[in-house]
Design a protein around this ligand. Sequence first.
Ligand SMILES: [Zn+2]
Ligand SMILES: [Zn+2]
Length: 361
Amino acid sequence: MSVPAKFTGQAALAKQTANAFDLKEHAYTPRAFTENDVVIEVEACGICGTDIHYITCGWREHDQFPAIVGHEIVGRVVRAGKNTTHKLGARVGFGAQCSSCRECDNCNAGMENYCTRAYVGTYQGPTGDKVQPYTQGGYADYYQGPGHFAIPIPDGLDSAVAAPLLCAGVTVYAPLKRYGAAKGKKVGVIGIGGLGHLGVQFAAALGADTYAISSSDRKKGDAEKLGAVGYINASDTEAVLKEHKGSFDIILCTSDQNDMPLNEVYLPLLKTFGNFISVGVPDNGLPHIGGALLPGKSITGSLIGSPSELEAMFKLALEKDVRTWIETRPMKEATQAVNDMTAGKARYRYVLVNDNYVKKE
Ligand SMILES: [Zn+2]
Ligand SMILES: [Zn+2]
């Protein structure tokens, strides 16, 4: 299989503002190929909230433009280095991380996502290459990265449905598993969106009594379809506490709302030694934490997942029928898709697809 010298993607040529995105076709020369790498021909790439933060410089100012984002990438291997285990033609995916040091304590323990020395993002990460000094992502025709971070996609999963699991999926699956979501446990998932709709499904798939927690009643119907046994409208503080105070083992927070009722509702809902897990942080940070923390409550964070967690997640998704709710858009219409995403229209994930994508029924 031949690999072109240049990869072509939909790039932000400069910093842009939300709802006025304008991505342009951009060809770049990838960093030099090594025997640890694979190149995949991209079939599908999900649109993640992080993509938007990088295009707008929302988290921090940067000057790495043109920027091709996208880190929920599924495609077929068209070139495989000798040191990789991947076969030509195999379907694999890259999530938010494409490299780590492979030597630190965390990497040695299979927690590459917590690498303390050399975490490299799938896009905007350092390459050490003069021609292309930072990684470019999956809104493109090809992607190149270390084979260790290319995760096999099970045959039964559609490429576009699988793509968002690589970032959104593992971001919620990994902490649910780590903190013990299982049969007999009560789990709440705050925010029913790209992350949350997967959080509800994975918590239910792990066997937990799963509640969707939202700030209105709008998502009630969806929550039920996703496998929630209950629905909590957190804006009705008194009724919520009366029914559920001190009863949750885990509350997984996927919301990045600045005014979340952490002290008033979420911490009181936890059991003693219960865990509030944040996988997204509001721009202003979490609310000031008061005495509601003292009765043995914990607040913790979690960042994506490791290659082994990704593999375990795909296995569970296949077994328990966890599926991303998606809408596909042609790769060339990336601009419209990111504008629609920031306008809040996604139910619950847009996935960009190239012409080689074939839908699996
Ligand atoms: Zn992401
Ligand atoms: Zn490391």
